[in-house]
Every structure is written in structure tokens, then in C-alpha cells.
Write a protein that binds this ligand. Structure first.
Ligand SMILES: [Zn+2]
Length: 95
């Protein structure tokens, strides 16, 4: 949506860039999007007004995901996607 930025999205993409080079999983653009989507579906969005920086949706300290939780979720995403990459581009013949 125009004017809105999901801080969690930027945080997750940052984490992926930090952690991924330490793994030997496929790191192509397709896998990057899969990892980001997996992690973002499991973490709460944090929207801010990208033009003024005003917080539109603010989490209090008790509900904010800690950095450690985000790291753990991103790691989990990299392992899940990395152990079965390019799932979406394969034909689903096992269902
Ligand atoms: Zn890949």
C-alpha cells in the first residue's frame, strides 16, 4: 500500500542477508522470496507511515517480537526452504 512500510519486512530481509551467507543453502532470488514469505507469515507486521515515520500500528514491549525470535524464525525459514528449494516451481505430484 502506498505510504505504508512494513518494518518487519525490512527487518526480516536484513536478517536473511546477515544469516544466509553462513549457510550452504541455495540463495537465488526465488529462494530469498520463499524464505522471506515463510518468516513474514509467522511474524506480526509492523506498519509505519513511510513518509512521515509516524507509527500507525505500534506494538507494546510485551507483544513485540524480540530480535532473538525474529532470528530464530528466519533460521527456521532458511532450513525449511533450503532443504526443499524451488517447491513452488515444481509440479505438485505428491498430493
Ligand atoms: Zn534457489
Amino acid at each position: 500500500m502506498e505510504g505504508l512500510t512494513n518494518l518487519m519486512e525490512e527487518t526480516v530481509l536484513d536478517k536473511i542477508s546477515q544469516l544466509w551467507p553462513q549457510t550452504k543453502f541455495c540463495q537465488c532470488d526465488e529462494c530469498r522470496i520463499d524464505v522471506a514469505a515463510y518468516a513474514l507469515n509467522r511474524l506480526p507486521p509492523r506498519y509505519v507511515h513511510s513518509l512521515t515515520g509516524v507509527m500507525l500500528h505500534k506494538f507494546d514491549a510485551n507483544t513485540t517480537q524480540t530480535d532473538a525470535e525474529i532470528t530464530a524464525t528466519v533460521y527456521q525459514a532458511m532450513e525449511i526452504i533450503g532443504s526443499d528449494p524451488h517447491k513452488n516451481s515444481k509440479k505438485s505430484d505428491d498430493q
